[in-house]
Design a protein around this ligand. Sequence first.
Ligand code: IMP
Length: 428
Amino acid sequence: MMNTVIIGAQWGDEGKGKIIDVLSRKADIIVRFQGGNNAGHTIVVNEQQFILHLVPSGILHKDKICIIGNGVVIDPQVLLEEIESLKKRGVDIDSNLKISDQAHLIFPYHKIIDRLREGKRKAHKIGTTGRGIGPCYADKVSRTGIRLIDLLDKDVFREKLASTLDEKNEIFKKIYHHRGFSFKQIYDEYSGYAGKIKRYAFDCAQFLSEAVKGGKRVLFEGAQGTSLDVDFGTYPYVTSSNATAGGACIGTGVSPVDIHKVVGVAKAYTTRVGRGPFPTQFSSNLLEKIRCKGREFGATTGRPRRCGWFDAVIVRRAITVNHFEELALTKLDVLDELKKLKICTAYKYRGKIYRDFPASIKVLQNCRPLYEEHPGWTGNTSQVTSFRDLPLNARRYIKRLEQLLKVKVSMISVGSQREQIIRKEISR
Ligand code: IMP
């Protein structure tokens, strides 16, 4: 296996967890490089469901090193709960998990301001997960963030926290009429976390550089998806990190020349959780049906996801910015009962046709999607194990997507179990 990055091609929740779990078998190291516990990667092993928010999805395989890279923002309380719950279920964490000491930490004030800011936004709420992700990244870029390495040094932590709280408490009181935060409470709580997390802290960039030189195979686990990327997504309705392939370098310290391949993951339809434009969203009847069949509720917040037809415009943009060499198509079985399917090939706004993703939020919000229609296959695909055994119209649907996207589909997922995956030969 080459060093490979796995990226969501839509608005997150594409089923990356399962694809990463499958590809982890051939990897030595699996590394998360952005996002935080806004992510929820679901993996089902022998009827047992695991939802991972921070720990890389490779952790369910024995003898794989799993790394949380410097680009991830970590809520220590959530991390420690996740570690405990995995340990209780028999997963070996202590010998396999490592965390970059340069990763930034989420503090209570990040979570509170995330919610207060959302409350203040009137018409333009982003619909964040409320986990403090955006405010933590904002502090990182403002150079007022606190990293794991800072937490591990009592004096540095004391000084940084005190100066941060001086400023934050004024903002909380004056702008948000919030009582602010006690230094002692946060200092004591986080010092307790420091003692427990210390054993995992390490120099991620150095370790990965040596591992790559030594021929180890690295799998980079993206969270969220391209349309939620802070640069390339539907800004401002995005997350605060780079969920695209470039984020893998920034969020781990691995050079672009040491990454060999990028694999995209897309659902056979589209979903979106939170606010923001979604041109191909279903009308209410179909929305309920697909949401129910696809169990489309957020793995992190439980919020119902909006569902819609496959949007080739946003996936083409994902291919442009990530250069997918192949695509994994997930949840094909969710479409099994539909008599007709639609694929959006372009948008129309004020007489102009947009085949490429428009940066303007006004266009995205008001455009009309242009569809082509395809007959459904109305047959159960969930037990199918080879491409040629899929119903003819399912194969035609996939082939049409390949034509429109100019990228080959190499894996098709037809259920949540590890075994429910069809490998499709792709000629290069
Ligand atoms: P934040 O990342 O919590 O700031 O939320 C910003 C936007 O990204 C909101 O619309 C969230 O619903 C969305 N989002 C964040 N993480 C995920 C994810 O893992 N899957 C899907 N949407 C997400």
